[in-house]
Design a protein around this ligand. Structure first.
Ligand code: GUN
Length: 280
């Protein structure tokens, strides 16, 4: 029997509707949630993501302002902008779209964002709060994945969870959130031996590598929940996940599509963090 398809677009839409009500309530109290979005250079994927984030703000009534800086922006100019936004009271959340052009130091930029406006939860203070189990903001993509698992009716407690990928943005924080909900967590990466055998143990498999189709149906335990975080642009311009959907859908119990799975959830969680930042 083919897997249930987890509809991230629909779940994200429900969350955004709930947030719209919260935003309306805040406005009655004179609080107008605001998000500043910073993009540097001409990365086409970044442009698509930033536009989607601004559109989501509009949908739920969050004020947003965009700072589109040229490719040749200096580190000092970018840090100055972040410091200005840290002080600006209409701005509750600051998002610097990554990756930055190679001459810029991402770590220093992230470290300069006021942790209480860091709606991506990338600042070391927020990463620390997450690891200690006392988060202010949840990391957007991993939190979106947790919500997809939950809304699909699956419980993480006691389950074998395998995360493929160990990035600071997804793999590492994802494994912490799964652990927090009492999963038994294994993290796989490029040096993992027997990737197939480890993946086949997973009741819940989260894949965030950035390589199209590295997980195939034969690497999946029958009935497993498969969450595909990958967004890869193929030569034919089509989008592909890290999971080979056609073979995986025959084995998994539930699976997210690409697009329309994790992507919309990341944005919904960013909106949730922005509303939270305004509430505080
Ligand atoms: N680049 C890829 N994912 C993200 C994200 O969640 N936030 C930001 N700011 N940049 C990204």
């Amino acid at each position: 029997m083919a897997a249930k398809i987890i509809d991230g677009k629909q779940i994200a839409s429900k969350i955004k509707n709930e947030l719209k009500n919260e935003v309306d309530q805040l406005k009655l109290k004179g609080i107008f949630p605001g998000l500043a979005v910073v993009i540097v250079g001409n990365n086409p994927a970044s442009r698509v993501y930033v536009n989607a984030k601004k559109k989501a703000c509009e949908e739920i009534g969050i004020y947003s302002e965009e700072y589109a800086l040229p490719e040749e922006t200096t580190q000092q100019e970018l840090l100055d902008l972040v410091r200005t936004l840290n002080k600006k009271k209409e701005v509750h959340g600051i998002l610097v779209q990554l990756p930055l052009p190679k001459h810029l130091n991402e770590e220093e930029v992230i470290n300069t964002i006021n942790p209480n406006k860091d709606v991506d939860a990338f600042h070391p203070v927020n990463v620390g709060r997450i690891i200690l189990g006392n988060p202010v903001f949840l990391p957007c993509t991993p939190a979106g994945v947790m919500e997809l698992i939950k809304q699909s009716g699956f419980d993480v407690e006691g389950k074998e969870c395998v995360v493929v990928g160990r990035s600071n943005i997804v793999g590492k924080p994802q494994s912490i959130l799964l652990l927090e909900q009492h999963g038994t967590v294994t993290i796989c990466h490029s040096r993992t031996r027997n990737l197939k055998d480890v993946c086949r143990r997973a009741d819940i498999l989260v894949v965030a590598v950035g390589k199209p189709h590295i997980i195939t149906g034969d690497m999946i335990k029958p009935g497993a929940v498969v969450i595909d975080v990958g967004v890869n642009r193929l030569e034919n311009k089509k989008l592909a996940g890290d999971v080979d959907f056609d073979s995986a859908v025959e084995v998994a119990g539930a699976i997210t599509p690409v697009p329309g799975g994790v992507g919309p959830m990341t944005i919904a969680m960013l909106m949730k963090n922005t509303v939270k930042a305004a509430q505080q």
